[in-house]
Every structure is written in structure tokens, then in C-alpha cells.
Design a protein around this ligand. Sequence first.
Ligand SMILES: NC(=O)c1ccc[n+]([C@@H]2O[C@H](COP(=O)([O-])OP(=O)(O)OC[C@H]3O[C@@H](n4cnc5c(N)ncnc54)[C@H](O)[C@@H]3O)[C@@H](O)[C@H]2O)c1
Length: 680
Amino acid sequence: MDNQSIPVAQLTLDQAKEEIGPLRKQIAQWGKEYYEQDSPTVEDYVYDRQYQRLVQIEQRFPELQTPDSPTQQVGGEAESQLTKVRHEIPMLSMGDVFSIEELMDFNHRQQENRDVDVEAEYNLELKIDGLSLSLVYENGKLVQGSTRGNGNIGEDVTENVRTIKSVPQELPEPLSVEFRGECYMPKESFAKLNAQREDDGQPIFANPRNAAAGSLRQLDPKVTAKRDLDTFMYYVPEYQKLGVTTQAEALDRMRELGFKVNPHNRVVHNRQEIEDYINEYTAKRDQLAYGIDGIVEKVNDLETEEALGNTVKVPRWEIAYKFPPEEQPTIIRDIEWTVGRTGNVTPTAVMDPVQLAGTTVSRASLHNPDYLKEKDVRLGDTVYLHKAGDIIPEISKVNLSKRPADSEPYQIPTKCPACDSKLVHLDDEVALRCINPMCPAQIKEGLAHFASRNAMDIGGLGPKIIEQLWDKKLIHDVAGLYALTEEQLLTLDKFGEKSATNLLTSINNSRNNSVERLLFGLGIRHVGAKAARLIMAHFNDLDQLMGASADEISAVDGIGPTIGESVETYFANEQVQSLIEELRQSGLNFTYLGSTTPVDESSDWNGKRVVLTGKLVEMTRTEAKDWLEAHGAKVTGSVSKKTDIVIAGEKAGSKLTKAQELGVDVWDEQRFSQAMKEEQ
Ligand SMILES: NC(=O)c1ccc[n+]([C@@H]2O[C@H](COP(=O)([O-])OP(=O)(O)OC[C@H]3O[C@@H](n4cnc5c(N)ncnc54)[C@H](O)[C@@H]3O)[C@@H](O)[C@H]2O)c1
């Protein structure tokens, strides 16, 4: 899809031919994930954008149209194990527009239709975020419930539908009619269901629509019964059977028959009325108990509707106006700064909690001082928050009209929040750093790095234990680990004899590691696992290295001057020298025993177990995987306790939840690409 930067109007036929195949394939794949697996991997607007492009290309080059294009097909296949049902009257999809202008254009084109005299009276309805449902009644009795499937063949969910309270089993009149509507899950039930699933270690649903679809398309109706599904019915294909002439009347008639019908429809006649309705419900959207993703406009007169008819995929008499992606306002109460292992000090905005796409959010990373300055976020500011990729909370912009009169630009700290020493910008870095090697925050992070798998590999020494050891003043640097006693460890929270013995054994075993692990574990800037191995393979022993100059170190094959200088500066520090002495006294091996770390791995990623999930924007997953593997990481398909990092792109689903449950580090794409840049 390399041509995507070229506007469709400028594409040549050859370029269009080249683009259209992969584009269709991508859209079809997203469709499958969304419709059949109830588990989308990209946000709707990403899908919509690509879909619109495909529509435009096919309009411009009709010779490229094919019957199997996603633009000619409704939804997905009815692939589940549920029994299939043929729809006598196809269940179609719906065209969509993304602005009031586009909606007006649609109306003009419709009204100019030479075959049909369209009176501009429309019934506006809320577009419920669920899945289409067909209910067939015979002699007033519910005989069949089914999903849309591919429009012609859906799935039989009759028994499941019977568990939904709002669906009448029997009508007050002996009608034989098919009714259509939306099956949805109320927002609160969706939140509860996801919380429960998180507790149970099950994957969460990306949104209420997928939750409703996943709950309705169950083989066991008992599962559906527990899911709190609801319905709003909105359409009768054979309206004559109900004796009605307009869509608004059809809705009223359905209400009379005992169906649940959304109360917010409105008959309108002109642009102003349409705009008022859209504005009103854009504002009220969050107060509704169920999700809506837009407004549906339908020709009110049913005979006109029938005359307008349908294309193979969408009706010509209705259109969806889609809302822009969700944002929430909140107020910045604080900006917290945290210190990483290398002294990198990063800001996080602390805000009044808000509900955003199904979760309560009160914190968002501001990444670095430049980012903060660029957004000009200030204490007391009202900001708009959205979820990048529907997962990672991010500040979109500041609402300047609500900025307090006495507001002042946020002062970037000049001192480290953990040790109060002066913060600096190194070289041309955007990051702000604390360069005090004795900074407690850095030491704690450094301890975790020292214990990590590619360094000293001390199993059982995680951040929480380190925090306690630090708070109880049992250690103040990595050398302190080797003086720990069982008695001391037993004073830690939830620490029994077994954990104490295990930890002591791990610490003890690490004394015998080949020295490149120690060198890497010391966390010297720019010294990754591979550099540590090359250096130690050359110098053989730590004392030799400590006596070497920057030039001598840089002369090692594969090692450059940056590393050479960094190592020299590090060992020149007196505090470092006494630390090394302590480690020697503790009996650590200082010699190279032959490589115990893999040769072809070159960085902090070396040996890390990484899982990629969701859709990445700046790169493809394959590119990310290739890069990670080239840097020594092991990229695996599933999240477990052994996973080090989960990189979550847009719409990450179950893997993200699992990572959160297991406390695995989750990175968004921005953090990952930053780390990639730092490796270069
Ligand atoms: N994220 C992804 O990977 C992905 C993949 C495929 C589709 N999608 C999303 O799904 C949309 C396409 O799905 P679609 O073809 O089901 O169309 P749609 O969901 O956008 O609109 C059609 C549907 O709206 C529903 N609807 C709700 N309220 C209604 C009302 N009052 N009257 C009539 N219908 C109402 C009906 O079920 C109907 O079938 C895309 O726009 C995209 O946003 C996303």
C-alpha cells in the first residue's frame, strides 16, 4: 500500500491496480477479526479511512471493481458452529458519512434521483453500537432470532435471544412478521463484564459492540443469559403488514407490540433540524446508558424508501453519520516526575478521573519536557483526553478558553524529585536526566536491572522486593545484595522461609556468573549486553578493564568511542571503585568464562521476551518483530509470567489484559520507537 500518500484523484491506473489488491486483503482481514472473531485489531476510524479509500478507487476506476471486494459484501461470514439461517430479505450494511456536509451531499443526490420523487422528510435515530438482530414471529410467537452474518446467511441464535428480557416471546396480535433491530450491551454491564473477565483471567472485549456480539453468538444459551443483553428494534422490512406508512409510525407500532424501541427518534425536514439533532446527541452521548456511534438518517416515507431500494451492500434510503473518535475533558491537578535507571526523568499528568472508552483514567504520560512544552500543559488546565489505540490515555489538546486567568507556564523541574540534585540535558537529548549516581530512584531501578535475566539473572528479585529492601535500609547498592541474610529477608512482607532460601540461592549462584553479565548489570550508559561481552572477551578480567583507557576500550572490535569514554568515565568514579571492591570482597567472579550471553544480540533487548499485540502505526508488526529479533529479543505469541515487555498497538485486546493482570511491563508504540532510536 505504498501509494497511499497519493490522493485517489491523482492515481494512475497502474498505481491503482498495484494498490487495490493489498488494500482489499487488509480490509477483508480486519473485517474477519471484527465480524467473525468479535475481536478487532484496529480502531474503527482506521478501518473506515481505508475502506473509504477503496470505495474511491473503485469509483474512479470502475474496471477494477470485483464482486468479491469488501465494498460489495456485507459483514463477515457466518462461520461459527451455530446453525446457519438464510435471510429471505437480505440484511444489509449501511453507508456512512463523517460530516454534516457529506450528509447534505448525500441528501441532495438522493433528492435529485430522477426515478423517485423524494420528499425531504427524514426520521433521525440513534445509531446503537451493537449488532443487527432479526426476529421472526409466526402467529405472534417468536420462532427465530438470527444475526446478520454476510447479509444472506446469518447464524441461528433463537435460544439465546429467548434469554433477553426485552424480546417478547409472544406478541399481543397473531402477526407473522420479521422485525429487525440492534442487540446491545449497556455500558455499565460491559464494564462489569470486562472487570469480571479480567478477574477470571479471560480476554476482555474491545468495545460494547464486540461484547454484545460475543455474548449473543454463544453455543450455550446459559452463557448468553448471564450477559445482560438488551435490544432496540427499529425496522420492519414488510411494513405493509403492520399497516404503517412512515418509519416514525413503524417505530410507534413496534412499541405498541411490546418491543423495546429507542425513544430518541425525531422527524426532521431541513439542515438546521438535522444539525440540531446531531449536536444534541453528540453532547448527550455520554449520558446514555448504552453506546451509540452515530446517527442514522432514514427517509421517513416508507413507499419512497421502497422505491429508492438498495445497492448490493447498502440501502439508498438511509445513511449513518458517524461520530468522531471519543474524547473527554478533565483537569490537570499535578504533574509527577519519575526517575528511570539511566536517570531519565519523565513527566506524568495526574488528572481528575474520567470515564473514557470504558475505563476510569486519571494519569497520562507526557513523555518528556519538550512534549510537555509543546502541548503547553499547565496545572489547572482543562484538557481533552483520548485513548491512543483505544488503550493508552493521551492528552489531545488544552482547552484554552477554560485556562484560569492566573495560569502560568509549567516550570520544568531543575532538581531531581528523588535526590534533589541538579537535572541536565545530555548532548542533544530531549530527555531530562539526573546524573547523580547515588540517586535512590536510579539505584532502585539499577538494582532491578542488575538482577534482570541478561545481567546477573537473580530470580525472585523484582521491583516490589527491591522497594522493601530499600525502605528497610537493608541494601543501598548492588553490593548490599550479597550481604543479605535469611533473617533479614524474613522481615519482608509475605516472605516465608521458602522464598528467602530461594532468593538467597539465586543471589549466591550469581556470584559465579561470567563477568560480562556483571559488566552489563552495572548499567553503564551505552553498554548493552553485546558490548559487555565483546569488551570482556577482549580484556578477560574486570581489573584489566578498569585499568584501560577510553582509547584502548574503543579499539576493541565492535566497540566505538562513545562506549569507550562511557566505560572509562564510569570506572574513574571513586564511589564506583569502592563498589567494585565490595563486590570483589563478596566473592563475585571477575573473569570471562566464555560467552554465556548470545553473540548475535546487541542491546538492552538482548534475551528479552517480547509480545507484540494490536496494530502498530509507524511500522508493521513484522518490521517490529524483525527489529526486535535483530536486537536479541525473543518475540513470542502469548503473554506469560516470563514475558518481559508487551508492546501494545491500537486496539490491543486479550494479550494486553493478560499483561496487565500479570503485571508485565506494557509499552505503547511511541515508547518503543523512542527506544529503537536510542539503540541506534
Ligand atoms: N475496527 C475494525 O477492524 C472494523 C472492521 C470492520 C468493521 N468495522 C466497523 O464497522 C463498521 C461497518 O460495519 P457495518 O457494516 O455493520 O455497518 P455499521 O455498523 O457502521 O452500520 C450498520 C449497522 O448499524 C446498525 N444500527 C444501529 N442503530 C441503527 C438504527 N437506528 N437503524 C438502523 N441500523 C442501526 C445496524 O446493525 C446496521 O447493520 C465500519 O464503519 C467500522 O467502523 C470496524
